[in-house]
Design a protein. Structure first.
Length: 211
């Protein structure tokens, strides 16, 4: 388990005045958050909102996990320096799944049951999401900003607890096709003949009037 709990307040006053999140981060005290049954919400107390992250920090994909964690820590740091969310500091608890779905199940279970996180953020990978997403939905946990463009996170109607930050694979391919055709003036037949793009190009070309 890799734990990140940097909640330093040094220079908080100056940072709050200059931080880009200072204008949008709520500062007024928030009444105690309560669950429907009357108990406190998992992962939230008067001082902290705790998020979990299951990602590879070992193995061949470890740099993906590392970079996602660095980015989240930087963002959490800005928010915390700007007085947090309703005076609550954001905490990130990261678990290493090695980009192995078999390990992901244990990682997310431990994050919820042992580390008591409010929700998942920044999970890495499509095969691991196939394991972690059903678990999060079953337990009504926030599932935000996963590093995957897979359709399983983009259902219609959307899943109640899923919030995507990055574009889908289909949206990315559509942007590539539009750029190649409209900017680079590449003929459609050459785009269709590109093996890596072929599975998704067929969905994008009709939108551009090409059949």
């Amino acid at each position: 388990m890799i734990k990140s709990t940097d909640q330093s307040t040094s220079g908080a006053t100056n940072a709050a005045a200059t931080s880009p999140v200072a204008a949008v981060a709520p500062r007024a005290p928030l009444p105690a958050v309560r669950a429907k049954a009357g108990g406190t919400v998992r992962g939230i107390n008067d001082r902290e909102i705790r998020f979990g992250m299951a990602a590879p920090f070992s193995g061949s994909a470890k740099e993906l996990g590392h970079e996602m964690k660095v980015g989240l820590e930087a963002t959490f740091g800005l928010v915390n320096e700007a007085a947090g969310i309703y005076s609550r500091q954001l905490t990130l608890v990261a678990a290493d799944d090695g980009y192995e779905p078999a390990r992901t199940a244990d990682a997310v279970r431990e994050l919820r049951d042992k580390d008591d996180v409010f929700g998942m953020i920044g999970n890495v990978g499509t095969p691991t999401a196939m394991v972690s997403l059903p678990y999060a939905l079953e337990h009504r946990m926030l599932f935000s900003g996963a590093f995957t463009g897979a359709n399983l996170l983009r259902r219609d109607p959307p899943d109640r607890y899923v919030f995507n930050y990055r574009a889908s694979y289909a949206e990315e391919t559509d942007a590539v096709v539009r750029y190649l055709m409209n900017v680079r003036r590449v003929p459609p037949e050459l785009i269709v003949g590109c093996p890596p793009l072929l599975p998704r190009v067929a969905l994008s070309l009709p939108k551009l009037g090409q059949r």
